[in-house]
Design a protein around this ligand. Structure first.
Ligand SMILES: [Zn+2]
Ligand SMILES: [Zn+2]
Length: 211
């Protein structure tokens, strides 16, 4: 498995190109920002990009959808509980004073526990509501793509439409901190971390914050 981190757009969101080394099939985890400059980078990687797995539907994670689809044949996946945010896409752009863009098109709604294959890589969908109702994390081998649910030394905000601090706490404690401590965490913003480190040190829900 090859993981390439692409940090792009006005919100510096991390999108990850994940490539199966055996088959060269690839998935993009989130597509925020302007993709005009990064499409070449994706083509240069010689990977066969087939899918976009969205962690949630805030504009800084989905705004590159249409631009990418103009250039590549892609199938997109999102949890159904964030579909309302896709419908609110134009409002989201207005809220952040961003230029007009066409609304993303979601091909398939996914559920908790669903398995998604990319070449020989097996991704598992972990539904982690809280930052948004349909936020999910994707687990593949020893890597977790955590979107805006869990960050290095932080967690996602819960003051946006459909957000809930109680749900976020429940998701992180019962669905993420129960995973193997060696799993590396690749968040939607900022640097990478691990389940073990955050379980101990996360200032919101880590063990050290509870003493
Ligand atoms: Zn978000
Ligand atoms: Zn974000």
């Amino acid at each position: 498995m090859i993981i390439k981190k692409l940090t792009i757009g006005a919100f510096a969101s991390n999108n990850y190109l994940v490539i199966c080394e055996d088959t060269k099939d690839a998935v993009l985890i989130d597509a925020g920002g302007d993709y005009k400059s990064t499409i070449q980078q994706i083509k240069d990687s010689k990977a066969g990009l087939k899918y976009i797995f969205y962690t949630h539907a805030h504009l800084d994670h989905i705004s590159g959808d249409r631009e990418l689809k103009k250039n590549l044949q892609l199938k997109t996946f999102l949890h159904k509980d964030d579909q309302f945010l896709v419908e609110m896409f134009k409002e989201q752009l207005k809220m952040f004073a961003m230029p007009e863009l066409d609304e993303p098109i979601i091909d398939e709604n996914i559920n908790h526990g669903q398995k998604l294959d990319v070449g020989n890589l097996k991704f598992e969908v972990i539904h982690t509501p809280g930052h948004s109702p349909g936020s999910v994390c994707y687990l593949v081998e020893d890597a977790l793509f955590s979107g805006d649910t869990l960050f290095a030394d932080s967690v996602g905000r819960t003051d946006l439409p459909g957000g809930s601090y109680e749900q976020l706490e429940d998701s992180i404690l019962n669905r993420l901190f129960t995973l193997d401590e060696n799993i590396k965490v690749y968040p939607g913003h900022g640097s990478s971390t691990s389940i073990g480190y955050e379980k101990q040190n996360n200032p919101f829900f880590g063990l050290n914050s509870r003493i």
